[in-house]
Write a protein that binds this ligand. Sequence first.
Ligand code: ARG
Length: 458
Amino acid sequence: SSNQMWGGRFASGPDAIMEEINASIGFDKKLFDQDIRGSIAHATMLAEKGIISSEDREKIVTGLETIRTEIESGNFEFSRQLEDIHMNIEARLAHLIGPAAGRLHTARSRNDQVAVDFRLWVKEELMKTERALTGLIEAFLDRAEEHAGTVMPGFTHLQTAQPVTFGHHCMAYVEMFGRDRNRVRHAIDHLDESPLGAAALAGTGYAIDRHLTARALGFREPTRNSIDSVSDRDFALEFLSTAAICATHLSRLAEEIVIWSTPQFGFIRLSDAFSTGSSIMPQKKNPDAAELVRAKTGRINGSLVGLLTVMKGLPLAYSKDMQEDKEQVFDAAESLELAIAAMTGMVRDLTVRTDRMKAAAGSGYSTATDLADWLVREAGLPFRDAHHVTGRAVALAESKGCDLAELSLEELQGIHPDITKAVYDVLTVEASVASRKSFGGTAPAEVKKQIAWWRARN
Ligand code: ARG
């Protein structure tokens, strides 16, 4: 049979394959609450403006509330023939309240309807993400506070570089997730405009009030261009790009957790709650959660590229291609929520093996820069010469298979006569870390300042 929404122009119904490729109800039913809220705001505005009667408005609102209850309680039969959430709800409304249902779609199109529904959904998801990031930052601040003085090796090229503290390393992630949260806030700010009332693309001849519906739905203001209102999906792209950047940060952290929890590094131990065993190797404790966070990043980045690719060739205004926006966003949102939650749990639970970190910090000549700095400061050498002298000391220690601090004073003086016993004070990892008091540096006192700065802003 032909379609109940546009059957007037059609002699026959769609091919089965047409129905299958066309239907979005399988995934856009997620938007039922946003769709109902959008319709209530629209109907209320129509009544306020005298475009529909207040009796019809009452019937519409009551019917929509009933439908919401039906869907929430699992008593709603979704139909693929009815294509999407919008038409499923409208058809049910007609069944419940009769002809008044047909007045709801006055001065509206599915194009502005889906745009407003999806914006509402993305806005709410962004707000959830903002809260989740605050929780993750909180977890890091707690661990950073606890470990402001825990020395570990800092790396470049994954080779031991200079001693840092675990607290300082944690605070690096606080900075990243803090910026991610700012990106989330900006994304909310950018999308906070209501497209409802743009209708199909050109606006409408009915005397609607778009400011009223915008306010009722919690948007700052209505969008200013009806064509843009129904064509734009950059709010979804901004969600995805924000998610992709955040996931990339999570993935780097996940990678570090994987490395640090190996027996070879042994910097941390994951809690039982956030690891798995092996069905064959009894000794194993695997960082599966971290690995899955790393892998979810692939999906999220894929969603971003997927939707960018869908959008890049579309002429204005609406094309059905845009129906493909939702699954990318839903999948990325679910992945990101899970990834942040899993990471927050891992960070809160993990055991820091301070002895292992400290031992590793002292190996690999990590205080060589401190020796060079000492030569500049105490012996007046230009830094490049000090670098060369220190390089010879490292080569000597390496040939003897010992640490810099284990070279005798005679050996050091053989390399440069101005070296004195005082040099040993800067060769320890604690001294190295404590000396780096520059703003943003790794000295425990400085890290504590950064923690306080963030506490006041989280
Ligand atoms: N299900 C559609 C979507 O997600 C709703 C909008 C349909 N509009 C249209 N003109 N066919 O995009």
